[in-house]
Design a protein around this ligand. Structure first.
Ligand code: ADP
Ligand code: ZN
Length: 212
């Protein structure tokens, strides 16, 4: 099963990708998570990408394309993968073919800007293992502490109001055109992602036609 999950920032891509990754036993590949890990490690990729992320801009296409092309060659991807946050531009989508990054479905999570603004402000992430939380919709058992590893929960630097606004405008300009692109390619599945995590998962699973 090779799936890409797309949608606006804070649309629930990461959460749904993680659930599908467990369900199908294929890796969850989040370009955002790879980049944030690189920034934490201060690797070459991290140094090259830090300023884009902090400003809510997209990282240059060639960097992300290379990153994903390498990752899907790994052995654990032989039965498929769940791409989370890639592709995000028409250039990235077009580059997939020549880089042998194949897709069976593209799930587009549909969420209004108002809901996103509310969601992103409450989003938290484990500093250690990057597990996602939300203070209202998906709280950890103990406030500020990761359920999985005990790490500290922090707010991502790009989840502050000014950057959220910029990310949304980048989304509408750069990423939204992919909806039409994948509709034409007959790969697109639209799923409402406004009613909570479980309902969204149910809708995704139903749309994929697999058992829940
Ligand atoms: P969100 O979708 O909530 O913005 P992500 O973790 O998917 O969160 O992405 C965070 C940031 O990482 C993006 O704002 C962008 O700067 C960078 N990024 C992630 N994926 C891509 C991509 N495919 N192309 C360019 N930049 C990306
Ligand atoms: Zn953790």
């Amino acid at each position: 099963m090779r799936i890409a999950i797309m949608g606006p920032p804070g649309g629930g891509k990461g959460t749904q990708a993680e659930i599908l990754s467990e369900k199908f036993s294929v890796p969850h590949i989040s370009t955002g998570a790879i980049i944030r890990a690189a920034i934490r490690e201060k690797s070459e990729l991290g140094i090259a990408t830090e300023k884009y992320i902090a400003e809510g801009q997209l990282v240059p296409d060639e960097l992300v394309i290379g990153m994903v092309a390498e990752r899907v060659k790994d052995d654990d991807c032989k039965d498929g993968y769940i791409l989370d946050g890639f592709p995000r531009t028409l250039v990235q989508a077009a580059a997939m073919e020549e880089n042998d990054i194949k897709l069976d479905y593209v799930i587009n999570l549909v969420v209004s800007d108002n809901v996103i603004i509310k969601r992103l402000g409450g989003r938290r992430e484990c500093k250690v293992c990057a597990a996602p939380y939300h203070v209202d919709f998906n709280p950890s058992l103990k406030e500020g502490i990761c359920d999985k590893c005990g790490g500290e929960l922090i707010q991502r630097p790009d989840d502050v109001p000014e950057t959220i606004k910029e990310r949304l405008s980048v989304y509408h300009k750069e990423t939204e055109p992919l909806i039409e692109f994948y509709k034409k390619a007959n790969l697109l599945i639209n799923v409402e992602s406004c009613d909570g995590i479980e309902k969204t998962t149910e809708a995704v699973v139903q749309a994929l036609g697999v058992k829940g």
